[in-house]
Design a protein around this ligand. Sequence first.
Ligand SMILES: [Zn+2]
Length: 279
Amino acid sequence: MNRFFTAVILLTICATTSAWAEDIGIQFIASNDLGNTATKRKITQDALYNYVDVLNAYYRNSRVALRAKIMQIEYAKISSVSGIDIINDMKNERNGFEAMFNKAQQYGADYTIAVVSQLLILGKPGCGRAYAVNQSVAAISDPRRAFAVIHFFCGAHTLAHELGHLMGLNHGSLVDACNPNRGHTSAIAPYANGYAVGNCDGKLQPGEFGDIMVGGNMRTIMGNDKGNLHIFSNPRLHDERCGFNKTCGDTKTGDAARALNENAHYYASHTKSITQSSQ
Ligand SMILES: [Zn+2]
């Protein structure tokens, strides 16, 4: 009886969640060296499916009603290792990204992510780069502003971070305090930002933490650029790991979960324009 009751509750929760969450489709364009043998293709495919599962766990754990799905994985000769060059090649649909936006529409992909095994960000090895921090409804809805590049080995965390930028999120107020005048809090809303607690001395102190959108800037805060808590900021979440106040966000400056939930429909609508225009 108990088991039956649990199953009914779980089914109800699943049904509610799936009806409520917005689906976002992703097409991955991976560099040829990640897929030039059947074994490598299998490894790459398994890893990408795993990244998306983990991304969905980040959304669930942050109480964000988004669910990512892989619509297509293909391989291409990506000719550059520079993040800026790859983003420009994607924008201009050249050097491996030919017809990229048409393919996204065809496969029902809201976002296109290039996946490479070598990536330089500002001349140094890096994890990812988004086309932009999209800061208006028009920008977050535009299929031609919905792409990023990630390093294959950086995984789900980087995928979540770069998608976050495309969805209108930025790094947040502590990163801005550590690194002023670089626009680290320019986002789709004042609260659409990462959240961190600490100072800028690059050494770990008790209570210091930062979330997914703080990203590689964690190095400035606690000396470890992979030390992020794997959630999006949400002041309604309380966790031992979220600083001395055990609160994982701030209503005014760090509520990425709110921004993502408010705009979920736009993220999921990148491929609907064709259907709409044919009606
Ligand atoms: Zn970033």
